[in-house]
Design a protein around this ligand. Structure first.
Ligand code: 2HA
Ligand code: ZN
Length: 271
């Protein structure tokens, strides 16, 4: 059996959590990541026939039956993942009936998966329906995105259009737009269901006064989406109290989509 600490997935989790911490997106124990792994990849590093523990799920996870995920731990700090992956990360497999999951590795010292596991798993279910190549769900607390949810209307279309206007790249990275949820209690099945409903349409869902959830086919794609939203929000926060001399017009946004062969969210541009 190979050393799991050398596996590409543990190394990538160490790398991305350290980076997100340094970017200020994940203070203290803020943020969480889950990544669906291929069984063949996991089997090179551990024997799935030897689970460490079984944990119940509080909702029906049967669409993920048999799936393997590497997940950050509840109460754990992104800052510490790199120096102790085994305590701060864990590998789960969803049971055949979707009612529980087995811990196959990690969460040493009695740790547990992220408090946002229901939202992560519900989001994985929805994104896999939309895109069989979907693999990653990521949550964090980037400051400008949060700030924007205090001063901007929370309507999906209005929020998306402001972000699109802030950087030329935005509509190219998220032509489907972003979704926004009003403030809700986190860590619950309710916020999980509300997020999953939105993530069907947009790979980024912003939680007002809390943070962002993003989905992608790999860590780069999910994180790239977060970085792009956060950069746009930063520009908005910098300029919102200044009279604007110009912006990117809907016509220009439509031209960008045409050039890059992208379809912007229907009904969002007025051209
Ligand atoms: O893991 O970010 O939303 C801590 C959180 C909860
Ligand atoms: Zn959070």
């Amino acid at each position: 059996m190979n050393n799991i600490l050398e596996s590409p997935f543990v190394r990538e989790m160490c790398h991305i959590t350290a980076n997100m911490y340094r970017m200020g997106f994940d203070e203290r124990n803020g943020g969480n990541i889950s990544w669906i792994l291929e069984e063949e990849a996991v089997r090179q590093y551990l024997d799935p026939a030897e689970p460490l523990r079984t944990l119940p799920l509080s909702f029906d996870g049967s669409e993920l039956a048999g799936r393997y995920l590497i997940v950050t731990g509840t109460g754990r700090y992104f800052r510490n993942v790199e120096r102790d992956p085994q305590a701060n990360l864990g590998i789960l497999r969803i049971s055949p009936d979707g009612a529980s999951c087995q811990v196959l590795w990690g969460f040493s010292g009695g740790g547990r998966p992220t408090s946002e596991l229901p939202t992560h798993l519900m989001n994985h279910i929805q994104r896999l329906r939309a895109d069989p190549l979907h693999r990653v769900v990521m949550h964090c607390h980037p400051a400008n995105t949060l700030a924007m949810t205090y001063v901007h209307q929370l309507d999906d279309r209005a929020f998306t259009k402001t972000l699109w206007q802030m950087c030329t790249e935005c509509i190219v990275v998220f032509p489907e737009g972003v979704s926004v949820l009003p403030w809700m209690v986190c860590g619950t099945n309710e916020i999980g269901r509300a997020t999953a409903e939105k993530i069907k349409e947009t790979r980024a869902v912003i939680w007002a006064a809390h943070g962002i959830f993003a989905a992608g086919r790999d860590i780069d794609e999910a994180f790239g989406l977060i970085e792009t939203v956060e950069k746009a929000a930063e520009i908005y926060i910098k300029i919102r109290n200044t009279p604007w001399m110009q912006t990117i017009t809907d016509r220009q946004l439509a031209d960008l989509c045409q050039t890059f062969g992208l379809t912007p969210r229907e009904g969002y541009l007025e051209v």
